[in-house]
Design a protein around this ligand. Structure first.
Ligand code: GTP
Ligand code: NAG
Ligand code: NAG
Ligand code: NAG
Ligand code: MG
Length: 424
C-alpha cells in the first residue's frame, strides 16, 4: 500500500510540482527581465524626452552661451521670467503708427504680428496718427485687433503740409527733376510731408505727451520671433534713448546737401553738444574696411550714408522733445531740404541721435526678428530661433544683418561695440 502510494506521489505529484515550481521560477525571472527592460525603456525615453524638450524649449537652459549676431548680457535676465499667470509690468509707453485709411489691411497684418509676438502679454496702448481723419472702418477693425487701448489723432495741418516759405516754383522744378532722375519717391509730395513730419513733428503731437517711449510700427511689416523681453523695459533700465534693428546705406541722391548742412550745424554748435569723440559721430563717417567690405557705395561727402532703418524704432520721446533735438531739426528744416531734396526721416533721426547721444545710449535689438520689404533681420543662432519661435532663416537673401549692404558691422566697429554674453 505504502509502495503504491509513493509511486503515485512520484509519478503524479512530483511532475506537477516540478512543473509548478519551474513555471514559478520562469515567471520570476521573466518579471525580473521585464523590470530591466522597463527601466531601460524608461531611462531611454527620459533621455530622448530631455533631448527633445531641450530642443523644443520646454526646459529652457539658461546656462548656455547663446550666439546671435552679437551678444548682450541683459537679455537672459528677462527671459521667460513671467510665464504662467504672472502680471506683466508695463512701462510708460505706446506703440505708434502713422498710417492712411487705405492701408488698413497692412496695418492689421502688422498689428496681428506684433500682438502675437509681444503685445498680447503687455497690452500696450496703440496710438494712430493720420493727416486726415480716420474712418469708422479703420477705427473699428484696429480696435478689435489691439489687445491694449487704442487712440486716434489728427495731425494739425501746420505739422504736415509744406510751410509757406517754401518756394513753390523751385519745389515743382526739383520734384520734376528728381522724378526724371528716377529717385525713389522723387516726385512725391506726400512722401516729403511724411518724412518731414516723422523727422520733426511726430513727438510734438499732444496725444504722445502722456508717454516716455514710443515703438514705431508701419503697415505691412512682420515680427519674425517672440520678443524675449519687453524692449521698453530694456530702454528704461539700461538708460537707452534710441533702439534699432536694421542699419543700411541711404540713397545719396535723396540727400545731396544734407551733410553739408550737418557740417554747418556742427560748427555752429561746437561745445554746446557732445564732442565728435563722445558721440557716435565715427559711425557716420568711418569708411574703412569692415570684415571683407568697404562701404558698398562711394559717398561724395564725409558721411558714409549709414543710417538706422526708421520704419522700426523704439525711442525715448523726451529725447526728441528736448531743445537740443528740436534745434537740430529746425536747423535742417530751415534749409528746405525736406522739399527741395527728399531728405528721409531715417538719415535725419540717425544723424540726430548719433551726434546728440553717446553710443551706449543707442541700442541694437539683436534678438528681434523683423521684416519690412525688402529687408529683414533674423537671429543667427539656431537655439534662439527655436526658443523664440522664429519663422525666418538667417541665411535668407532678404536678411541683411551681416550682408555687404548692411551697416550693422560698422555699428559694431565704430558705434557701441559688439558685446559678448558674460559667462554665467
Ligand atoms: N497718414 C498718412 N500716412 C502716411 C502717408 N504717407 C506715408 N504714410 C505712413 O508713413 C509710413 C512710411 O511710409 P511708407 O509708404 O511705408 O514709406 P517707406 O517705408 O519709405 O516705403 P515703402 O514701405 O517701401 O512704401 C507708413 O507708416 C505709412 O503708412 C500719408 O500721406 N498719410
Ligand atoms: C523761387 O525759385 C525760382 C526758381 O529757382 C527763382 O527763380 C525765384 O527767384 C525764387 N523766388 C524767390 C521769391 O526766391
Ligand atoms: C509718463 O510720461 C509722461 C511724459 O514724460 C509723464 O508726464 C507722465 O507723468 C508719465 N506717467 C507716469 C505714470 O509715470
Ligand atoms: C573706427 O574704428 C576703427 C577701429 O577702432 C578706428 O581705427 C577708426 O579710426 C574709427 N573711425 C573713425 C572715423 O573714428
Ligand atoms: Mg514702409
Amino acid at each position: 500500500m505504502a509502495k503504491r502510494s509513493s509511486i503515485y506521489i512520484l509519478s503524479v505529484f512530483v511532475p506537477i510540482w516540478t512543473f509548478l515550481i519551474c513555471s514559478f521560477c520562469k515567471e520570476l525571472s521573466l518579471i525580473r527581465k521585464c523590470r530591466n527592460i522597463d527601466s531601460s525603456y524608461t531611462s531611454l525615453s527620459q533621455r530622448v524626452k530631455e533631448q527633445y524638450d531641450s530642443n523644443r524649449r520646454r526646459n529652457y537652459f539658461p546656462e548656455v552661451k547663446l550666439s546671435r549676431n552679437s551678444y548682450e548680457d541683459y537679455t537672459l535676465n528677462y527671459r521667460r521670467q513671467n510665464d504662467y499667470g504672472h502680471v506683466y509690468p508695463r512701462e510708460n509707453a505706446t506703440i505708434l503708427m502713422l498710417v492712411r485709411n487705405s492701408e488698413l489691411e497692412g496695418a492689421l497684418d502688422s498689428m496681428r504680428s506684433l500682438e502675437d509676438r509681444f503685445n498680447n502679454k503687455y497690452h500696450y496702448d496703440w496710438t494712430f496718427l493720420n493727416d486726415v481723419p480716420f474712418d469708422e472702418d479703420f477705427i473699428e477693425a484696429t480696435t478689435a485687433m489691439a489687445s491694449g487701448k487704442t487712440q486716434y489723432a489728427l495731425i494739425p495741418s501746420e505739422n504736415w503740409n509744406r510751410p509757406q516759405w517754401i518756394n513753390e516754383t523751385l519745389f515743382e522744378e526739383r520734384l520734376r527733376a528728381m522724378e526724371d532722375e528716377g529717385v525713389l519717391y522723387g516726385g512725391s509730395k506726400s512722401y516729403r510731408n511724411m518724412c518731414r513730419f516723422n523727422s520733426g513733428f511726430f513727438f510734438r503731437q499732444t496725444i504722445l505727451d502722456n508717454y516716455d517711449y514710443y515703438f514705431r510700427v508701419e503697415p505691412n511689416v512682420e515680427y519674425y520671433c517672440d520678443f524675449p523681453y519687453d524692449p521698453f523695459r530694456i530702454m528704461r533700465l539700461k538708460d537707452k534713448k534710441y533702439g534699432f534693428v536694421i542699419s543700411l546705406y541711404e540713397y545719396e541722391e535723396t540727400i545731396p546737401t544734407l551733410w553739408h548742412t550737418i557740417e554747418e550745424y556742427l560748427e555752429a554748435n561746437e561745445g554746446a553738444i557732445l564732442s565728435k569723440e563722445d558721440s557716435a559721430y565715427a559711425f557716420l563717417t568711418d569708411s574703412g574696411l569692415v570684415g571683407k567690405h568697404y562701404p558698398i557705395v562711394e559717398a561724395s561727402s564725409d558721411y558714409n550714408l549709414c543710417h538706422f532703418w526708421s520704419n522700426f524704432e523704439i525711442g525715448d520721446l523726451n529725447f526728441f522733445r528736448s531743445d537740443e533735438y528740436k534745434n537740430f531739426f529746425e536747423t535742417l528744416d530751415a534749409k528746405g531740404g525736406f522739399y527741395y531734396e527728399r531728405w528721409g526721416d531715417a538719415p535725419v533721426h540717425s544723424i540726430g541721435v548719433s551726434l546728440l547721444l553717446r553710443p551706449d545710449e543707442i541700442i541694437h535689438f539683436d534678438e528681434l526678428g523683423y521684416f519690412h520689404s525688402p529687408f529683414g533681420t533674423c537671429p543667427a543662432s539656431y537655439a534662439v530661433r527655436l526658443d523664440q519661435r522664429c519663422r525666418c532663416r538667417s541665411n535668407d537673401e532678404s536678411v541683411i544683418d551681416i550682408a555687404p549692404h548692411s551697416c550693422l558691422m560698422r555699428w559694431w566697429k565704430n558705434g557701441s561695440g559688439k558685446f559678448f554674453l558674460k559667462e554665467k
